[in-house]
Design a protein around this ligand. Structure first.
Ligand SMILES: [Zn+2]
Length: 239
């Protein structure tokens, strides 16, 4: 079969892979069983994964990527990723990118306290073991604050500190970022870029394409309502 090339990339956004949790956060939980059907559907449809840094290189070089590709992203660094997402990812040889809240690693998602019990977050030992499995890690701020509400100096410091903590723990460069709550604007993008961020994902809906602003990549939010058919249909660019 001739290798196909693509100049667009669906970037899927997940949070928790879990069944239980506060009712108000249901939108950001996909059950392990449904997650499994979604990964199986991607595999059957011929998709392979790509990392965010690989896509960043393609964007910089304006170079299409080989094959049918999808990027799986997971925000916040929840512990359930290890037990509930990894088995399905390994079954299909899929990679993923996780965005970590640097000063909350090994703790709980305190920023969700108003909804009820806060979900546990991955520890450094767990993160390092995921790193050996090929999981890519990116920044998601120090404590999950909205970036448009920070002053420029504060945001620059938060971005540098987050990256320093993650790079120290992981032993690799961490030039990738997801904006907490998807909250960003032109000034935020400029400050995080000047503070060393090479590529960043938003929550603006859409499929990423060559030519995109590297600090403003759109994502597709995946929920429990994405049946295999609906999931696959959302990955096709409208042209
Ligand atoms: Zn988040």
């Amino acid at each position: 079969m001739a290798a196909a090339f693509t100049d667009s990339l669906p970037i899927l956004m997940y949070h928790r892979i879990a069944t239980d949790g506060p009712p108000g956060l249901k939108q950001w939980r996909v059950s392990p069983e449904i997650f499994d059907t979604q990964m199986s559907a991607l595999h059957r449809a011929g998709y392979q994964t790509i990392t965010l840094l690989e896509w960043a290189d393609a964007l910089i070089e304006q170079r299409p990527v080989q094959g049918k590709r999808v990027l799986l992203t997971f925000d916040d660094g929840y512990s359930d990723f290890l037990s509930a997402a990894i088995p399905a990812l390994q079954r299909y040889d899929f990679s993923a990118t996780m965005f970590l809240v640097a000063e909350r690693i090994g703790q709980t998602a305190l920023w969700d306290a108003s909804y009820g019990d806060c979900a546990p977050l991955l520890s450094w030992d767990e993160i390092k073991s995921l790193q050996t499995m090929g999981i890519e890690f990116g920044a998601h701020s120090c404590i999950h604050q909205k970036m448009t509400q920070m002053g420029s100096a504060e945001l620059a410091e938060d971005t540098r500190k987050t990256r320093a903590i993650l790079e120290e723990g992981l032993g690799v460069a961490v030039p990738t970022l997801a904006y907490p709550y998807g909250d960003q604007n032109e000034s935020v993008r400029r400050v995080v870029g000047e503070a060393g961020t090479k590529v960043a994902v938003t929550t603006e809906p859409g499929i990423s394409e060559l030519g995109d602003d590297l600090l403003r990549l759109p994502r597709i939010e995946i929920t429990d309502d994405h049946t295999p058919e609906r999931l696959i249909s959302t990955l096709i660019p409208a042209r």
